[in-house]
Ligand binder design. Structure first.
Ligand code: ATP
Ligand code: MG
Length: 580
């Protein structure tokens, strides 16, 4: 491709709303343009990368025996009503009506549509197992679209759905998809990890997320220092503390703590460590009553230096799921104090006090006095206040013992690029999908689903591989393999002719060349900077100076310096570089 005929859309300015580096570089390199919040146009350069990512995914899915289909983006509400998700989904589901006032939605995922397809097409165990996939547009009206295509409203997903006569068959396909994902992310050049994930309200069944390791990742993932253990932070349990609770040594004392609304302020004032202070949060409990104001409340109590994990808390019986913290008015009405002064002493009987394992072994601790500007010191469980229930409420922290007993935990940030999930019969049951088994008996198939964020992968690749000059693409997803840059071609017949010839020869050899044939108005410096920003992995410069010695200048995007290569075997050298 000649740049003179291409839409190079590089810009110098860093857009102010782009906070992560991949978003900045995708805009600056001209890969995407924003249409509206969470909606992006893929420019020619960006689309080349996206298509290459899709192709790798297709190849590996096909190799695993999955069959490609393409389902509509617009889906009828009836299917979602059958599964019960029309009500459950909330505002992320973009609903719309057609001219006949019928309800539809833009598909955020396709479990309903695929289950409908399969219930109409499949009737016998002989047709199973079946794994169908598509690479297609999804729409989710995300609460906070951000980081460009990383968390967009419209995005491309590879979604696959498998159907099985029994759990054993589901597990085989699940394993195969796990291996397939590992192959895909290896081919994409990622430094990635598969981690155990929360299987949500379905419970019991297996689920793994695949994360690209990157500091800008939205998710926190946890590894064992020694063994195989890897989980996302919502799944990583903290163990019972090794220490036992000491007997009370101090008397309970009311102290004044004016102008302290945070744990840090209390610690500074009272000269205590955060791990000796309790943090008490009030959350909505569980009840049949739909009205949030009528729900019972629960107190969640943790050590001051620990963070509440909302997913863990919401799984505890008696706690509303998803977790919903009481607001200041609800707290004031019940306890007559601000949220920063709550504590478990003399808390109303109606509130169940759920205490984190580590907070439950404290003695002589500090906590809020349920009275503004006051705390209690020297407080002890049982003597001064009651534990309703002990539970794992907190995020694990660096150095915690590994739940499988092998080593300690360390934490890293990750970008979730894939998710595999054993669904069981949630959808097949709800939507009346059944097949006849070997004995002619009707059975409800087991299902699995397997997603990959195709557009998010492009951003994740940039997060993982860039420098101060721009993107550095791995060869197999680079928009072009080689940037061919002739210097002063307008002055030198020799340079321009050789550039034309090399462009033809390389292209004929199957190498994708971006030939920077822009005229003299574009300086060599600008050409170099553009190609580095776009991240083309290999660069070949043709100049009169090097031609005098029958040489060309080659540089890999991540090399410090360029190297001279002999003109006569340039073609071989370059094809080897690109195809290796
Ligand atoms: P997240 O926790 O990031 O919201 P999710 O659990 O909602 O993800 P899935 O429903 O499992 O995601 O979707 C499969 C894949 O699609 C995810 O692993 C992710 O890579 C991608 N994905 C999900 N939401 C978005 C989005 N808003 N923009 C881009 N990619 C997304
Ligand atoms: Mg989501």
């Amino acid at each position: 491709m000649r740049t003179s005929k291409y839409l190079l859309a590089t810009t110098k300015e860093t857009p102010s709303d782009a906070v992560v580096i991949s978003h900045q570089l995708m805009l600056k390199a001209g890969l995407i343009r924003k249409l509206a919040s969470g909606l992006y146009t893929w420019m020619p350069m960006g689309l080349r990368v996206l298509n290459k990512v899709s192709r790798i995914i297709q190849q590996e899915m096909d190799a695993a025996g999955a069959l490609e289909v393409s389902m509509p983006v617009v889906q009828p509400a009836e299917l979602w009503q059958e599964s019960g998700r029309w009500e459950q989904m909330g505002d992320e589901l973009q609903r719309l009506k057609d001219r006949h006032e019928r309800d539809f939605c833009l598909g955020p995922t396709h479990e309903e549509v695929i289950t409908d397809l399969v219930r109409n097409e499949i009737s016998s165990y002989k047709q199973l197992p079946l794994n169908l996939y598509q690479i297609q547009t999804k729409f989710r009206d995300e609460r906070r679209p951000r980081f460009g295509v990383m968390r967009a409203r419209e995005f491309m997903m590879k979604d696959a759905y498998s159907f099985h006569i029994d759990q054993d068959s589901l597990e085989l396909t699940y394993e195969l998809m796990y291996e397939t994902y590992s192959k895909i992310f290896t081919r994409l050049g990622f430094n990635f990890r598969a981690v155990e994930a929360d299987s949500g309200s379905i419970g019991g069944n297996s689920s793994h997320e695949f994360h690209v390791l990157a500091d800008s990742g939205e998710d926190e993932i946890v590894f064992s220092s020694k063994g195989e253990y890897a989980a996302n932070i919502d799944m990583a349990s903290s163990l019972d503390p090794a220490t036992k609770r000491l007997s009370p040594a101090l008397d309970k004392t009311l102290v004044e703590t004016p102008n302290t609304s945070t744990i840090e302020e209390v610690c500074t004032l009272l000269k205590v460590q955060a791990k000796q202070v309790l943090k008490t949060l009030i959350a909505l409990g569980e009840s049949a009553d739909e009205d949030a104001n009528q729900r019972p409340l629960v107190a969640l109590v943790l050590r001051g230096d620990h963070q509440l994990n909302e997913v863990k808390a919401a799984k505890i019986a008696g706690v509303h799921s998803p977790l919903s913290l009481a607001n200041e008015d609800q707290i004031a009405a019940l306890l007559n104090c601000k949220p920063g002064s709550i504590g478990p002493v003399d808390i109303p009987e109606s509130i169940t006090v759920i205490v984190d394992r580590d907070a439950a072994v404290l003695a002589d601790f500090v906590c809020g006095a349920n009275q503004d500007d006051h705390h209690l010191t020297g407080v002890n469980w049982d003597r001064d206040c009651k534990i309703g229930k002990i539970a794992d409420l907190r995020n694990v922290v660096e150095g915690d013992p590994c739940p499988d007993g092998n080593g300690t935990l360390s934490l890293k940030r990750g970008i979730e690029v894939g998710h595999i999930f054993q669904l069981g019969n949630k959808y097949s049951q709800a939507m009346g999908l059944s097949v006849l088994n070997q004995n002619g008996k009707s059975v409800i198939p087991e299902m699995g689903c397997y997603g990959i964020g195709v557009t998010r992968i492009v951003a994740a690749a940039i997060e993982q591989c860039h420098d101060e000059k721009g993107i550095i693409w791995p060869d197999n997803i680079a928009p072009f393999h080689i940037a061919l840059i002739p210097l002063n071609a307008h002055k030198s017949e020799q340079v321009s002719q050789l550039a034309d010839k090399l462009y033809r020869d390389l292209t004929d050899a199957g190498v994708e060349v971006l030939y920077d044939d822009r005229d003299k108005k574009t300086s060599p410096g600008v050409k170099f900077a553009d190609m580095e920003l776009i991240g083309i992995p290999h660069r070949l410069v043709i100049s009169d100076r090097s031609l005098e010695q029958n040489k060309l200048e080659y540089k890999h995007r991540s090399d410090e310096d360029s190297q001279d290569i002999p003109l006569e075997n340039a073609l071989e050298f370059l094809t080897n570089k690109v195809m290796s």
